[in-house]
Write a protein that binds this ligand. Structure first.
Ligand SMILES: Nc1ncnc2c1ncn2[C@@H]1O[C@H](COP(=O)(O)OP(=O)(O)OP(=O)(O)O)[C@@H](O)[C@H]1O
Length: 244
């Protein structure tokens, strides 16, 4: 294994009861890349990122993050995870939510106020910090969840559909920030079904029906299928996979 591998997924399968939702997934994600998981609804993207985050356990196979077998409590502290459904305290203000998670992450009071300012600026919620979260729109809740996932300066950021419900301008700002984090060697794993977001990733895994059907840079995936868009490439890889 190269030391550059931040995440190594080895022959992972996942069953819920008798239903198999991930089938022999193997994957390596390098330090400092934005790695996209692209696939339709129900393909298994969320299940996979929950395993990377240590929230779910593989039925078979292994997941290593930062050289530790997952789930591992210490490693989980080095990961920022933004789930698809927001895990926020609706009755508390945005600031109280941030304080709550800062406490869990063990940030001291001086780190806390500086980091709070940075992450709130980033998601553009400065004017709403004292409002209770129940008054937030869906997009505002997504932005607050993203801010929380960044609070403790994680080495790996795992984002499950981070820009759903977020307007195009802020979406661009968030992608700019992901790129800035990547340049600081933060490893980012992001699920999406939005093709133009997938195009911004350094590499992608295309997932369908619990299988990885292709892995590569967006350019390589398009050129090896002789297609002009990731959507067309996905369809082509999907039909090839069906024939196998
Ligand atoms: N806790 C669970 N118990 C049983 N089945 C589950 C559970 N969680 C997910 N599944 C099933 O596993 C499959 C993959 O779901 P998953 O949420 O990983 O897909 P996804 O690619 O993230 O979809 P979406 O883009 O809609 O979020 C689906 O068929 C889903 O119904």
């Amino acid at each position: 294994m190269s030391t550059n591998n931040c995440v190594v997924v080895n022959d992972v399968s996942k069953f819920y009861g008798t239903s198999q939702v991930l089938k022999n997934i193997s994957l390596e994600i390098n330090t400092g890349e934005i790695f996209g998981l692209l696939g339709p609804s129900g393909a298994g993207k969320t299940t996979l990122v929950k395993m990377l985050s240590g929230i779910e356990q593989a039925t078979n196979g292994s997941v290593k993050v930062l050289n530790d077998l997952m789930p591992n409590l210490h490693t989980m502290g080095r990961i920022g995870f933004m789930a698809q459904s927001d895990a926020l305290y609706e009755e508390l203000t945005a600031e109280d939510n941030l304080d709550f998670f800062a406490e869990i992450y063990g940030l001291n009071s001086s780190q806390r106020s500086a980091r709070k300012k940075q992450v709130i600026n980033l998601v553009n919620l400065n004017n709403d910090i004292n409002k209770p979260v129940r008054q937030f729109s869906g997009g505002m809740k997504r932005r607050l969840s993203l801010a929380i996932s960044l609070l403790h300066n994680p080495e790996i950021l795992i984002l499950d559909e981070p820009t759903v419900g977020i307007d195009p301008i802020l979406r661009q700002a968030i992608w700019d920030e992901l790129e800035a984090l990547r340049l600081q060697n933060v490893t980012i794993v992001v699920t999406t079904h939005v093709m133009d977001e997938a195009d911004k990733c350094t590499r992608l895994a295309m997932i369908r029906d619990g299988h990885i059907i292709a892995v590569g840079t967006p350019e390589a995936l398009k050129s090896s299928t002789n297609t002009s868009s990731l959507e067309k490439a996905f369809l082509q890889y999907g039909s090839t996979a069906l024939e196998v």
